[in-house]
Every structure is written in structure tokens, then in C-alpha cells.
Design a protein around this ligand. Structure first.
Ligand code: 6PG
Length: 241
């Protein structure tokens, strides 16, 4: 696994760099009269990106070109403060310039196993496929302090190799169930990027990027796009080591 490192002064500049990447990818797809299928993660880091997109990119991104899917979703109501969709809606999707028809949320309010099956069928219907898995153009990942990504946690690495495209994860501390893309769906994407900021993640990032033996216990270390190297968008704090 090779990695591209993009390192910025602070979290805001890092988010801006990802916003610019999304703008470029969307414009390229628009020029081909195609759509950009993106799967987004939740958490505090993407919140900064979505807020920036909502506030500053209305007129510079062809929003009708972008279709939003989710990497994972907490099994709560969409209006719950922990909902990934809810966070993305509040910061970006509520703006009228994002067509509601382009938003394909995971329904955290439904029975997890049923929603995982429904979402898998939806991905098969809405996306191209290769090697038996749906293909996203871009997957935006975060990483927890424990090296989890999506809702694939160190204590349940089986979701990395699942033959299903969508599965059910369980948060190891809270026990909260999560709908999540599986490792093979993530790795099937055209482009996979990590957006990670903050000093608390620096040690795990250092191990992953240096392919240490210890890194293998982190789900994030098993992410690699089939068609491109994985890009890490980091602030200096997260890249500190
Ligand atoms: C989630 C996310 C998760 C997130 C990491 C990082 O649903 O929690 O998808 O994988 O990306 O936990 O979260 P922070 O950006 O808040 O550190």
C-alpha cells in the first residue's frame, strides 16, 4: 500500500484542500456529463469540511453532479445529535443548492440488519460495479484514535473482508450499532482519501504510513484503493510523527 501525504498548517486548511479536490473531481465529471458518486463519513473532522462547502462553495461546485452516499451511520434517528446524516444535513445538505434527489442516506432509524441489506441493494442499483462490489468515485474516510475507520473497529476486523458490500458494526465502548460499508467496498473505490486532523491521531498515522507490524491491528491500515494510492489529508498536528 502506497500513500500520498498532503500536509497542511491547520485543520481549516486541510478541510479546504479536500473541498478543492471535490470541486476538481465534480467539475471533471460535469465536463463528461457524468455524476460524482461520493461516500462520506461522519465525525467532527468532516463537519469542518461540510461547513466550509456549505458556506463558501455554492457557486464553484456543480452540485447537481454530486451524489451523496454514506460510509457509515449510527443506528439512531436522522434528527439525533449523533446522526452522521443529520450532521451533514445541518452543515451542507440543507442548502437548496444541493438537490435532495442526490442524497442517499443510510436509515439509522431502521433495524440495522434490514437497513444494511436495503442499502446494499441501493448501491447495486445506483452505482457501477466491478469485482462483485459497487464502485464509488470517491470515498472520504476519517480515522478514530483507535485506528477505526468507517464503522470497522479493531475488535471486529471481519468487516474488512466481508463478502457483503454493507454490514453492521458495533462501537466497542458504547455498544452502539452502526451501518457501515465493508472493507472490500471501500477498497473498490476509484479514489479513497483520509481526512484526519489533531495530535491524538499522530501515533497511529505514523505506524500506518510506515507499515509497522503493530499497524495491522488498525482497520485504517487495511484501506487501499484498487485504482489509486490512498491519500492522507493531514494537518501538521496529525502528521506530527
Ligand atoms: C463515525 C465516522 C468515524 C469517524 C472517526 C473519526 O461515524 O464516527 O465515520 O469513522 O470518521 O471516528 O471521527 P472524528 O473526525 O470525530 O475524529
Amino acid at each position: 500500500m502506497n500513500y500520498q501525504l498532503h500536509i497542511y498548517e491547520n485543520a481549516e486548511n486541510t478541510a479546504r484542500a479536500v473541498a478543492e479536490l471535490i470541486k476538481e473531481l465534480a467539475r471533471a465529471k460535469e465536463a463528461e456529463s457524468k455524476q460524482l458518486n461520493i461516500a462520506v463519513s461522519g465525525g467532527s473532522t468532516p463537519r469542518q469540511l461540510f461547513t466550509l462547502l456549505g458556506e463558501e462553495y455554492e457557486n464553484s461546485i456543480p452540485w447537481a453532479t454530486i451524489r451523496f452516499f454514506w460510509v457509515d451511520e449510527r443506528c439512531v434517528e436522522p434528527t439525533h445529535p449523533e446522526s452522521n446524516f443529520g450532521m451533514t444535513y445541518d452543515t451542507l445538505l440543507q442548502h437548496p443548492f444541493v438537490p435532495a434527489a442526490n442524497v442517499f442516506r443510510m436509515k439509522g432509524e431502521d433495524i440495522p440488519e434490514n437497513e444494511a441489506e436495503r442499502y446494499q441493494k441501493l448501491l447495486w442499483k445506483e452505482l457501477p460495479a466491478s469485482d462483485g462490489f459497487p464502485v464509488f468515485d470517491l470515498i472520504l474516510l476519517g480515522m478514530g484514535d483507535d485506528g477505526h475507520t468507517a464503522s470497522i473497529f479493531p475488535n471486529d476486523m471481519s468487516l474488512l473482508a466481508s463478502e457483503f458490500s454493507v454490514g453492521v458494526g458495533v462501537h466497542p465502548v458504547s455498544g452502539q450499532k452502526r451501518i457501515t460499508l465493508t472493507g472490500r467496498t471501500i477498497n473498490n473505490a476509484g479514489k479513497v482519501i483520509f481526512l484526519i486532523t489533531g495530535q491524538s491521531k499522530a501515533a497511529v498515522i505514523e505506524q500506518i504510513i510506515n507499515h509497522t507490524e503493530d499497524a495491522k491491528k488498525y482497520p485504517a491500515a487495511h484501506v487501499g484503493s484498487k485504482s489509486e494510492v490512498v491519500a492522507f489529508y493531514l494537518d501538521k498536528a496529525a502528521a506530527g510523527k
